[in-house]
Design a binder for this molecule. Structure first.
Ligand code: RAT
Ligand code: ZN
Length: 419
């Protein structure tokens, strides 16, 4: 094929991919957003955008304000400090800073004025439900998976009452405290009427499973989920491995639910930073391989926080049909790493994975996280289809649309038996 005849086809592919990626609405499979019925748990607006923990970590690269002083400031004062340091005194080039500007820009605000007060006034005119529609539309999101913890008091109180669910939000049962701090969790479970002991006797296991079943049905969970430290081992000597083997896996089998593992987080590496103080470390993915091989009737979703683990994880995806790889999680969610991971996964796994979730904690973040992710996904997909076209295999618009639907939630829905 000559360069002149290949050019129009390349342009055609580029525009087909752009159309498909921009018009396909995503199922955002892991967020920290809530159904509006949870009221103040659903964060939104400029001040929450600015005090996002990704930006809190960054402001301490510059400010001399002591951590203890920072935490006594009001939300607005913290937001002012972050705006001044990260946007006015330095250019906001980091991914988390750029995200705030992409969000404001797509909402139609003029960021070049650098006028935080007028942005605050603009937000004050919105009603939450209208704003939710707007963010989902601008983010191109159709369904949002929440992260639901029975161990969170505010959240428990909402679930304790009847309310009508917004069907755009699905639930995921998050069980970190149960697996990672069993001694404390046991005290809680006993308070809630489950007759558990510290020792994992048969009765304790069946009471833990009763707890999991109660919450799975109460929230209509689509999967269970835990984040684990780099040293997680399975099988292993710890209570974590025993709980997973004896309670979590049988529960997931009984209810036909996947178990999502987020591997490689070092919680509270700098405690003074609170939520912003977690770090990352390389995991031994033998644990994940052992889970997939040892429990073929279970299905696992997995993402890893360390860049060094990404290739090994993608290779595991080729070995185990019961493993679905998802997302460029947290510190991985920066464009050049997203590009590398997405390319590697497409080359090793084809379309059988979910390249991205937003991890949004603030509603408005759907706008930038999906905009930035779509740009990279479209770029890498275009390259792949052009490479196919060089063999004479020209992908049609409908084939491209089918593939993009899979990448933006369709493959996950099938894997987790939601469709
Ligand atoms: O990305 C984040 O916001 C982190 O704080 C965590 O929430 C992480 O995504 C998690 O789910 O543990
Ligand atoms: Zn998260």
């Amino acid at each position: 094929m000559t360069a002149s005849s290949s050019q129009p086809l390349e342009e055609k592919i580029k525009s087909r991919v752009k159309t498909a990626v921009e018009s396909t609405r995503a199922y955002d499979i892991h967020t920290h957003l809530f159904d509006p019925a949870f009221e103040e748990l659903l964060l939104w607006g400029i001040d929450d955008l600015l005090v996002y923990h990704y930006l809190v970590a960054e402001v301490f690269r510059y400010t001399d304000v002591p951590y203890s002083k920072f935490w006594t400031l009001s939300k607005i004062e913290q937001a002012d400090l972050i705006w001044n340091e990260l946007f006015l005194r330095h250019s906001p080039v980091s991914e988390a800073c750029r995200g705030v500007l992409t969000t404001l820009n797509l909402l139609g605000l003029d960021v070049k004025k650098r006028d935080l007060e007028s942005v605050r006034k603009w937000f004050a005119n919105w009603k939450l439900n209208d704003y939710l529609d707007r963010c989902m539309e601008l983010g191109g999101v159709r369904t949002i998976s929440m992260t639901n913890s029975p161990f969170d008091k505010t959240e428990r109180n909402v679930w304790a009452n009847t309310f009508s669910r917004d069907d755009r939000f699905t639930a995921a049962l998050r069980i970190d405290p149960l697996i990672l701090a069993w001694t404390d969790a046991a005290v809680q479970l006993r308070e809630w009427g489950y007759s558990v002991e510290i020792e994992l006797s048969d009765n304790t296991i069946s009471e833990i499973r009763r707890f999991l079943s109660d919450w799975t049905s109460r929230i209509d969970a689509k999967y269970l989920m835990v984040s684990l430290p780099p040293e997680f081992a399975f099988p292993g000597p710890g209570t974590d491995a025993a709980l997973i083997e004896k309670a979590i896996l049988p529960h997931c089998r009984e209810h036909g639910l996947p178990f999502a593992l987020m591997l490689g987080v070092k919680r509270a590496q700098n405690e003074s930073l609170k939520l912003a103080g977690d770090g990352s470390g390389r995991s031994d993915l033998t644990a994940l391989a052992n889970l997939c091989a040892g429990a073929p009737e279970n299905r696992f979703l997995a993402t890893v926080l360390s860049r060094e683990n990404q290739h090994e994880l993608a290779v595991l995806g080729r070995k185990f049909g019961n493993l679905h790889i998802f997302g460029c999680w947290w510190f991985m969610n920066i464009p050049y790493v997203v590009e590398e991971m997405t390319r590697m996964r497409l080359e090793l796994l084809g379309l059988s994975f979910t390249p991205q979730h937003s991890d949004a904690r603030v509603l408005d973040q759907l706008i930038y996280k999906w905009k930035h992710s779509r740009e990279v996904i479209a770029k890498v997909l275009t390259e792949k289809y052009i490479a196919l076209s060089e063999t004479g295999w020209e992908p049609s618009l409908s084939e491209i649309e089918r593939d993009v639907r899979d990448l933006l939630g369709g493959a996950f829905e099938r894997f987790s038996r939601q469709s």
